[in-house]
Design a protein around this ligand. Structure first.
Ligand code: NAP
Length: 259
């Protein structure tokens, strides 16, 4: 299916690895000019070259911390009026909620709620003026079902979701959609580092932890970043113009609800 977005421009935040990279690659494959981002400049350049080689697309690398004013300015300097904005960032580390002092709490809220809102504030009016915009926020399945130790991540992302629920309706008549992608367990560096930590805590191998976790998922496997990227590209498509303010859970059936 032709998604109708060839020639569009996208900023994909935090996209040198994992889910963000999956989204950037899928958009580049559709002919979207993509700005990719991460803090590690040499790794980012390597990934930009790999995505160019794979897709033949235009990929611009912006090494920056997306949570800072300078980082955000650098992203918009590279792509002043994106048609597509994919919000992503690192997540807070696993921590018992008792250990979260004010500084840590604020850092989590800034990273996973304030930062995407700031980027949307910058991007949205030119989208409205053009009559086309697609905003995707990578949140988490933990918005729907808590994960012990990730309370700050869940809370900040739920705050973002609620904030944008109203914003999405306010721009729906202007050709701009805002949707959230909720990953369950995807095979990324972040997932593996969590497995490594559990393995060390329990004194077992990382393979044991990965096997146990895999068996808890009805699909019996972890998701792959390219599957996630394909969902992102679809929500950015022309065909998805009537889908807005939605939360798409992609978790291999792990959340046990009918709705
Ligand atoms: N994987 C899962 O199963 C899963 C499940 C639920 C939620 N999530 C959430 O989804 C998001 C992506 O997860 P992932 O698994 O793809 O993580 P990942 O594999 O660790 O990749 C994170 C990416 O974000 C970049 N990044 C991190 N902090 C950044 C910053 N301040 N500024 C710019 N770039 C930054 C990293 O590059 P640099 O380090 O070079 O900056 C890297 O490219 C996270 O918020 C995570 O909590 C993931």
């Amino acid at each position: 299916m032709d998604l109708g977005i060839a020639g569009r421009k996208a900023i994909v935040c935090a996209s040198s690895r994992g889910l963000g990279r999956g989204c950037a690659t899928a958009l580049a494959a559709e002919g979207v000019e993509v700005v990719i981002n991460g803090r590690d400049a040499s790794h980012l350049e390597k990934v930009a070259a790999e995505i160019r080689a794979l897709t033949g697309g235009t990929v611009i690398a912006v090494a920056a911390d997306v949570g800072t004013a300078e980082g955000q300015a650098a992203l918009f300097a590279a792509c002043p009026e994106p048609d597509i904005l994919v919000n992503n960032n690192g997540g807070p580390p696993f921590r018992d909620f008792r250990e979260l002092d004010r500084e840590k709490l604020l850092a989590g809220v800034v990273g996973n709620m304030v930062t995407p809102i700031e980027l949307i504030q910058r991007a949205i009016d030119p989208m409205i003026a053009k009559g086309f915009g697609r905003i995707i926020n990578i949140t988490s399945s933990s918005v729907k079902a808590p994960i012990a130790g990730l309370d700050l991540s869940s809370g900040a992302r739920a705050g973002l979701t609620a904030f944008l629920a109203g914003v999405a309706r306010s721009v729906a008549g202007k050709g701009v959609t805002i949707n959230n992608l909720l990953p369950g367990s995807f095979d990324t560096d972040r997932l593996r580092s969590g497995q490594q930590r559990s393995a060390e805590q329990r004194g077992v191998s990382i393979e044991t932890i990965a096997d146990e976790n895999r068996k808890k998922i009805p699909a019996q496997r972890f998701g792959q970043p390219d599957e996630f990227g394909a969902a992102c590209a679809y929500l950015c498509s022309v065909q998805a113009g009537y889908i807005t303010g939605q939360n798409l859970l992609i978790d291999g059936g792990a959340f046990p609800g009918a709705f």
